[in-house]
Write a protein that binds this ligand. Structure first.
Ligand code: BG6
Length: 469
């Protein structure tokens, strides 16, 4: 739809940027922190591990000062459960509380709104040894951890995110990491884990509303609209299958308090439906998020399944992510979009399309908690000319402005990433930040902070509240 005039970005729009604890902090075993599952995953030899990462744990003051200079109104980061309750349950580690109190205070000193993710892939390893999310007791452990966060930081944190990309953890567990024995959980186990996470999330949202009536809380999912490869009806049905199984089934449960009917039929038919206890439905129906947080990188294009194993194939440029499912859908190419060096589709118009779909489905304000382009940035004479990142973000912000004009209610935009961090499974040279960290895959160097061209560009966008986008 074309308009005579575009709507402006709303007053108080949260112009921000994101990181996660394990990808930014380092200090993996300091001040009482216990190992998380990430610390114990098999690590590919060709990539940096997470032990030092971007040393944000020690340098957060310098980093937050730079965020303030960039003009950020919000900083989305995650708290490491392993710093707060190293045994997963029980005793609280005061050093962990003090650290995040300082981080939050530092943000507030610069009028930066802290947006806190409670759990970004890094389950305490000691809980994993007891079955992790397969074990129903992890639900209570999570809720007890959430209670500590709400009582310690609740008065200072207005926006909480429960679980980052639950759908990625369930659908593509290999992208987060491989356990020591190299064996990923079965689909049956994964959907049981999913059910337990849904219950933990519902209880946590309810607790947040009880303990922190001035705060808001929501899930942070990776959401994307799907295109059918052709106008063949079977392609459209396959695209719908995957959109439901990848997106709506994960967002419907927190918002509507029930599973998507098509997704549930799929789970029953494949005999992978979770065991549901009496009372679970009431728990799920008893809580509702205040907003939807959403990570958006790419769209996908889908063709009808051919009903055989050739439906499954690795994503281009990324052998760790398998796409397609026999009898459900098949990944197809989209000739109308470009791709990043790592094979991720670049689709700003698809961003607008996805925002429209999410808003018309849930009618909740949307907070973008990730969006960005991974690239092997080059430091030349003290500068990083990342014009491709500026282009990427400009186009996505323009698409977002169109979506706002379409009537979509947007809370803010926190692209990935505030500074360079270690990629989930592709090392340090795949960079996303506005701030370059001077380290290599293995050589840590001084780790000085260098403002990329995109830093100055984003600073200007924020100053003019996106008026020229
Ligand atoms: C999201 C995750 O899936 O994508 C982030 O929430 C991650 O943790 C980001 O870093 C980019 O993915 P990658 O694999 O390029 O680091």
């Amino acid at each position: 739809m074309h308009y005579k005039e575009l709507a402006p970005f709303p007053e108080g729009f949260l112009w921000g940027a994101s990181t996660s604890a394990y990808q930014a902090e380092g200090a993996w075993n300091e001040d009482g922190k216990s190992p998380s599952i990430i610390d114990n995953y098999q690590h590919p030899k060709e990539y940096a591990d997470f032990k030092v990462a971007s040393d944000h744990y020690h340098r957060y003051k310098e980093d937050i000062r730079l965020f303030a200079e960039m003009g950020l109104k919000a900083y989305r980061f995650s708290i490491a459960w392993t710093r707060i309750i190293p045994d997963g349950t029980g005793e609280v580690n005061q050093a962990g509380i003090a650290h995040y109190q300082d981080v939050i205070r530092e943000c507030r000193n610069y009028q930066i709104e802290p947006i806190v993710t409670m759990y970004h892939f890094d389950l305490p390893y000691c809980l994993e040894e007891k079955g992790g999310w397969n074990n129903r007791e992890t639900i209570d452990a999570f809720v007890a951890y959430a209670r500590v966060l709400f009582t310690s930081f609740g008065s200072q944190v207005k926006y909480w995110l429960t679980i980052n990309e639950q759908n990625t953890m369930i659908l593509h567990p290999g992208a987060i990491g491989l356990p020591e024995n190299g064996v990923l959980p079965s689909k049956k186990e994964l959907y049981q884990q999913n059910h337990h996470m849904m219950l933990a999330q519902a209880k946590t949202m309810k607790l947040c509303h009880e303990l922190c009536p001035d705060s808001q809380i929501g899930p942070a999912l990776n959401l994307t609209a799907m295109y059918a490869e052709s106008c063949k009806p079977e392609d459209a049905i396959a695209a719908h299958n995957w959109e439901v199984l990848r997106c709506w089934n994960f967002a419907d449960v927190p918002v509507f308090g029930r599973y998507h009917s098509l997704a549930w039929r799929y789970l029953e038919d494949r005999e992978i439906a979770p065991e549901v206890y009496a009372g679970d439905s009431d728990i799920l129906a008893g809580a509702k998020p205040d907003f939807i947080a959403m990570n958006y990188y790419s769209t996908a294009t889908i063709a009808a399944s051919q009903g055989n194993p050739s439906d499954v194939s690795p994503r281009a440029g990324d052998q760790q992510i398998m796409l397609g499912e026999t009898g459900v859908y098949r990944a197809a190419e989209n000739p109308f979009v470009s791709k990043t060096k790592y094979g991720w589709v670049i689709d700003p118009a698809g961003f607008r399309y996805t925002l429209r779909k999410v808003y018309e489905r849930y009618h909740l304000p949307i907070l973008i908690t990730e969006n960005g382009i991974g690239a092997p940035d080059v430091l030349e004479n003290g500068a990083v000319h990342d014009d491709y990142r500026i282009d990427f973000i400009r186009q996505h912000l323009h698409a977002m402005r169109l979506a706002i004009t379409d009537g979509v209610e947007m809370l803010g935009y926190c692209p990935w990433a505030a500074l360079d961090v270690v990629s989930t499974h592709q090392g340090y040279e795949k960079r996303y930040g506005f701030i370059y960290i001077d380290r290599d895959e293995f050589e840590l160097k001084e780790m000085s902070r260098i403002k990329k061209d995109s830093f100055f560009w984003y600073q200007n966008v924020i100053k003019e509240n996106g008026a020229s986008l």
